[in-house]
Design a protein around this ligand. Structure first.
Ligand code: FES
Length: 118
């Protein structure tokens, strides 16, 4: 019996980067909060539009995700393969993430969220 052993780097990737953006919407008074209640929707619409407008759609996947687990910190998005979590709060923040990270592969340090499991 043949066994197939593949390395991660040998598996063809669909995208160069993949963005997951939390689209969960809870009522404003919900104790956990939510990215939607924190104003995520217009930011993700801009993000999706910018990816398209910059011609990045072939290289950058964009997926509307459910809750990413850190609701009170939202709006949250995460970019793979780097595994960088961002918390944009303005359209300009979104533009900077697209230009610097998604286009140029540079970290947008001021918008990075670092989480730890205590
Ligand atoms: S609602 Fe967005 S991380 Fe939970």
């Amino acid at each position: 019996m043949d066994s197939q052993v593949a390395r991660f780097e040998d598996v063809p990737q669909l995208y160069k980067r993949h963005v997951f953006a939390c689209h969960t919407q809870r009522p404003p008074t919900h104790p956990r909060g939510s990215c939607g209640a924190a104003g995520a929707q217009p930011l993700w619409e801009r993000l999706s539009s910018k990816i398209e407008a910059e011609g990045l759609s072939a290289d950058v996947g964009f997926t509307a995700s459910g809750c990413l687990g850190f609701c009170s910190a939202g709006p949250l998005m995460v970019v793979y393969p780097e595994g960088i979590w961002y918390r944009p709060s303005t359209p300009e923040d979104v533009d900077e993430i697209v230009e610097e990270h998604l286009k140029n592969g540079q970290l947008v340090d001021r918008l990075v969220m670092v989480f730890s499991r205590a």
